[in-house]
Write a protein that binds this ligand. Structure first.
Ligand code: PEP
Length: 247
């Protein structure tokens, strides 16, 4: 099963559902439709209406983040996994580099994963090195730490997906070369196998994925799917990514 996850970030109003209508009508007729899963993470404001519209359809809805508490609290503006689940989301991203930059610590991330799983949300846990860590050959060490500090054996592995998103690649148009990316995905899977003491969960790649570079990325069979930012805001680009992947 391949994953195509669209992260809309701060984008979208109710009429943006048209983008998903087009993706849905493509994927419901696509001959490869049983080979992949589509998940879209719109802003919180759109989760409920999108989840209702696509109930029992190919597209599943997730949130871009969640708060590190279970249900209700006195934290202004916070939205808990319980609240997200209650409006129909099935997934949540945790640890996106935007949120790490805003102060998410490993302890917070561990609580987010734990409470999300408790509320039956599947977690897409994002990791990735920055430019200077890459330049100083620290990538493997950084990724291992990000994984081992947050993911624990007691977590339900079947509800966790890891997305490798090098920070220097997000929104820049730059992607890792094929050889480096393959090695990194293998490294991540090895670390995950050690954490869970069994087969690795799915590992995705994210960072400037588009309808052209998917041609190179699809050759790396160890990648179990893609987390797509900018290109997921266009139905044409998102559909072309899927089309070109199965070409
Ligand atoms: C992201 O923000 O998760 C992302 C992958 O963005 P982009 O595809 O625009 O690089």
């Amino acid at each position: 099963m391949q994953y195509f996850i669209g992260n809309w970030k701060m984008f979208g109003v109710p009429r943006s559902i048209n983008i998903l209508n087009k993706i849905n009508s493509f994927s419901s007729r696509d001959k490869n439709r049983n080979k992949y899963r589509i998940i879209i993470t719109p802003p919180y404001t759109l989760i409920e209406s999108f989840a209702n519209r696509f109930k029992d359809k190919k597209i599943m809805i997730g949130s871009q983040n969640c708060y590190q508490k279970n249900q209700f609290s006195s934290d202004t503006s916070a939205i808990s996994p319980y609240m997200i689940k209650s409006v129909g989301a099935k997934y949540t991203l945790v640890g996106h580099s935007d949120n790490r930059a805003e102060g998410d610590t490993n302890t917070m991330l561990k609580d987010k994963v734990s409470f999300a799983l408790k509320n039956n949300l599947k977690v897409v846990f994002c990791i990735g090195e920055n430019k200077s860590q890459k330049r100083n050959n620290k990538t493997f060490k950084v990724l291992k730490k990000q994984l081992t500090k947050v993911l624990k054996k007691k977590f339900d592995k079947k509800s966790i997906i890891v997305a490798y998103e090098p920070i220097w690649s997000i929104g820049t148009g730059k992607i890792p070369n094929q050889q480096d990316l393959l090695k990194t995905i293998i490294h991540i899977k090895k670390v995950l196998k050690t954490i869970f003491r069994s087969k690795s969960p799915a590992v995705l790649y994210g960072g400037s994925v588009d309808e052209d570079n998917i041609d190179m990325l699809r050759k790396i069979r160890e990648i179990d799917g893609f987390l797509i930012g900018g290109a997921s805001k266009s139905s044409k680009k998102f559909i072309d990514i899927i089309r070109n992947y199965y070409r």
